[in-house]
Design a protein around this ligand. Structure first.
Ligand SMILES: [Zn+2]
Length: 344
């Protein structure tokens, strides 16, 4: 019934498009093209939020699902006299998670250059214990540009400037056992799930029982993703974003994870009851969990004044904001919950 090859295709496409927060127009264009191909009504806000809408049998209210298309990344802070780049982080992550990673510097005149993230003491043969003991702070990292540049002037001459966006290699790998390893499964695994749900609805001529919106936000990693442009008739808001499997957690990489509380407090109790009921009735594998250091687009929406029941569901992503991993099963269970909800 569910075509996981389509989900994988969407996911691989999405993971290969660099989209650090503030640099999301390419991935927006990809989403818009898919919506046009599926002939789904959609609109784009001034700040770049995309909302796709499907009319239901009852058109007096809607449920809005949201996922974010932006990811972590970095920005050029300084061009050093050595021809290397000092950086500043976009979003919250541990610097050691990008140490040694390949990257691309995107210039304002649409050129791109390759580089590597290194510490300022990158060689054990030169720096010995100082290399090991160096605090893993942002200021101790730099980008080595893969061009013959040895001074600030050389770097400026090839068109790199302070404020240029840096994206990191996602290293997408799907194993034979169908684990998916990549950076930024948060939240592209959910974006792939939402695109697939729309494909499924279209292919099967499904008319939802009430109006459904799919919102793609582009500033989630910095806290103001779904803070605006939510359709006015939204009675229910469901953020589709990663669950957190790991030590002491109940989430897994195989189930749809339903969050009951995150850093901003509990999610809607009765609405979670309702989602559990749908999971049970449709044999959907789910896990309830609590995320101690987490904020979602659902709370961004509520803090900006939305009055709606709200929930957070999504695939379990291990080692979040690092080199992440999930399993295709987790994405499939997430799509099953969304489709069952729409049909319910
Ligand atoms: Zn996320």
């Amino acid at each position: 019934m569910y075509n996981k090859e389509i989900i994988k295709k969407y996911l691989i496409d999405l993971l290969q498009i660099p989209s650090p927060t503030g640099y999301t127009s390419k991935i927006s264009n990809y989403i818009i093209k898919e919506l046009e191909d599926m002939d789904i009504k959609h609109k784009v806000s001034n700040k770049g939020i995309i909302v796709a809408s499907i009319e239901g049998n009852d058109n007096t209210y809607s449920t809005t699902f949201s996922a974010h298309i932006d990811t972590l990344g970095a920005i050029v802070k300084e061009i050093k006299s050595t021809g290397r780049l000092g950086i500043n982080q976009i979003g919250g992550y541990m610097m050691n998670s990008i140490e040694g990673e390949n990257c691309i510097i995107h210039t304002r005149d649409k050129k791109s250059y390759e580089g590597t993230v290194q510490t300022i003491k990158p060689s054990i043969h030169i720096h010995g214990n100082e290399a090991k003991d160096l605090p893993r702070d942002c200021k101790n990292y730099e980008i080595i540009i893969d061009e013959e540049v040895f001074s600030k002037e050389d770097v400026k001459n090839i068109g790199i400037e302070v404020g240029d966006i840096i994206s990191f290699d996602t290293r997408v790998k799907i194993t034979n056992s169908e684990f998916i390893k990549s950076r930024y499964l948060d939240d592209k695994a959910s974006v792939a799930a939402m695109l697939y749900v729309m494909k499924f609805i279209t292919l099967n001529n499904i008319k939802p029982n009430h109006n459904i919106n799919f919102l793609f936000s582009n500033y989630e990693e910095v806290g103001h993703g779904s803070s605006t442009f939510i359709p006015k008739d939204t009675k229910n808001f469901i953020a589709v974003d990663m669950g957190c499997p790991g030590d002491g957690q109940n989430s897994t990489e195989f189930d749809v994870c339903i969050c009951t509380k995150d850093s901003n407090g509990p999610y809607d109790y009765e609405f979670i009851d309702y989602l559990i009921k749908i999971c049970k009735a449709n044999n959907i594998n789910y896990k309830l969990d609590i995320y101690p250091n987490y904020g979602s687009d659902a709370t961004a929406a509520l803090k900006s004044g939305l009055d709606a029941k709200f929930a957070l569901i999504g695939p379990g992503v291990f080692a979040s904001h690092g080199y992440e991993r999930t399993h295709i099963k987790s994405i499939i269970e997430t799509t099953k919950l969304i489709i069952s909800y729409i049909n319910n």
